[in-house]
Design a protein around this ligand. Sequence first.
Ligand SMILES: C[S@@+](CC[C@H](N)C(=O)[O-])C[C@H]1O[C@@H](n2cnc3c(N)ncnc32)[C@H](O)[C@@H]1O
Length: 237
Amino acid sequence: MKIIPHKETIDILKQEFAIDLKNGNSVLDIGCNFPKLLFDLHHNFNFKECIGVDKRNTYGLDRIGTCEEIDAIIENKENNGELTSGEIFNINAFAGDEKNWLYEYCYKNICKYQYNVNPHQKEIFQNIFSLNFDTKIEDFLKNLDQKFDLIVCSKVLSHLDFNIDPIDILKIIISKLNKNGLIIFRDNDESWKEGAQIKQPFDTKKLLDEIDLIFDYGPFKEENVNKTHILFAGRKK
Ligand SMILES: C[S@@+](CC[C@H](N)C(=O)[O-])C[C@H]1O[C@@H](n2cnc3c(N)ncnc32)[C@H](O)[C@@H]1O
């Protein structure tokens, strides 16, 4: 299988699927962590319904790096005079409340993209983004009767407990695609040894034999610091 260099998911989607995704309405990011990818997807492809799920609670998310990054962008915009004083006032109004940090930074992200959120910022935000933290995907999927134009499943299924078969979960995930919906999948292959973080590396051949997809991209092996991921994007047969 061809080995390709690692690329961010958003870059693959922009480079390979920009035309297809322009008409997308709904996206599900499984194991979304801090939901930056959903913000990027909303911004780049105008997804109107962006749903994320992650078992971490908001305090467990990778907050520091991401928040600093967003702060730097906002600061840069302020220095270049791109934000109006009203926008700066609104950003500052949300600052300082530790409990609201997620909302605060999500809101900043929307400002970064110059989305017009004033004066009903929170309501508009909540109409677009539905973020299910503290939620295991295996439970989330049981109650999910919605289908999606795009599903992102990146580096999460290999973290499932041993009593859950990741390939069974992947099949359920694929069943949640709309007709012509696209799934982009990345995870650790057999080059990953079992470790504290990684519970079940994939047997690539078994995975590819068992799922029913037409591949638009890959399957590839993707470089990841002396190890490889399985990476592909595809649609339901
Ligand atoms: C390695 S990170 C990947 C984050 C992101 N998807 C990416 O590609 O960079 C794995 C994420 O999956 C989440 N996760 C692990 N097991 C999960 C489960 N059973 N249900 C929901 N989220 C889970 C973790 O909390 C973490 O945020």
